[in-house]
Design a protein around this ligand. Structure first.
Ligand SMILES: O=C(O)CCC(=O)C(=O)O
Length: 272
């Protein structure tokens, strides 16, 4: 049953909410404990083995450029109880609800992202929202580190305040090449952009707004870098037709508010 573990509350203080609003991301230490991280790592090992054995593609594309960026497995919460427990957990969902000051948040989708070592490519600078079929801009991602993450193994980088630029052009993540896309931002280039480099311990996470520019370097270590991403939509998010890796799951009409069991409410304000 979802909700029995990963319970309890992670106390987000007002200053962190304001930081998120101002900068478009926030870094939160020790959201999961060591046992919880270990359970997710075990579940991920099983999922990776199943994927290999079944020769299924649970991600978007098998092209080489993309797989060097990361192995991506979407909506693992629907296949494994251990991920369902985590992805639908009130602890994580409530942080998303607090950060968006929303009456409730729904799940958009989850994804395990594994950046394998050797011949690894950077995740190019991009905004997520431009790939999402949503009219509004408020959706956000929780990027949970399942390994200690550093510059060397591909931790996340964020450009503070870049969510205020609004949606810019999508980037082909598999084939973005080495071009410094950041130079193209109307921020005056990398020098003035001053990225925040989110090195952190396993069990710590970042939340970032779908419009915040972010990046992760190549994994130059000898071990995989494992992360679990959960994407939430605040109340009042409406569907906008757009091709997306999870497909047209909900069969929603243009302008319809996201609803239904494929996009479950993960956290709701007490008075709702
Ligand atoms: O983990 C990565 O390499 C990138 C993750 C990312 O782009 C995201 O979670 O939006």
């Amino acid at each position: 049953m979802a909700g029995q573990v990963y319970g309890g509350c992670y106390a987000v203080i007002d200053e962190q909410v304001r930081f998120y609003e101002e900068n478009g991301f926030v870094q939160l230490p020790d959201v999961l404990n060591a046992e919880e991280v270990a359970a997710l790592r075990r579940a991920l090992d099983v999922a990776i083995e199943d994927r290999k054995r079944l020769q299924e593609n649970w991600g978007p594309r098998g092209d080489e450029g993309y797989t060097k960026v990361f192995l991506q497995m979407v909506n693992v919460w629907e296949r494994y109880a251990a991920f369902e427990e985590y992805v639908l957990s009130p602890r994580i969902g409530e942080i998303a609800r607090r950060l968006t000051r929303s009456s409730h948040v729904r799940l958009w989708h989850d994804q395990a992202l594994i950046k394998y070592p050797k011949d690894s490519k950077a995740t190019a600078w991009h905004q997520d929202k431009v790939y999402w079929p949503m009219q509004e801009n408020g959706a956000l991602s929780c990027w949970m580190a399942l390994d200690d993450v550093t510059v060397e193994n591909g931790c996340m980088w964020f450009i503070p305040g870049s969510h205020k630029l609004g949606p810019l052009n999508p980037v082909d993540l598999g084939n973005a090449g080495d071009a410094d896309l950041l130079q193209m931002l109307p921020l005056g280039g990398r020098e003035s952009a001053r990225p925040h480099i989110a090195e952190m311990k396993a069990g710590s996470c970042t939340f970032h707004n779908g419009l915040t520019f972010h990046y992760a370097g190549p994994n130059t270590t000898d071990h995989p870098r494992r992360a679990m991403v959960t994407i939430f939509m605040p109340a009042g998010t409406h569907y906008m037709p757009l091709e997306h890796i999870v497909g047209d799951r909900g069969h929603l009409r243009e302008g319809e508010e996201f609803h239904g069991p494929l996009f479950p409410v993960v956290s709701r304000r007490d008075d709702q």
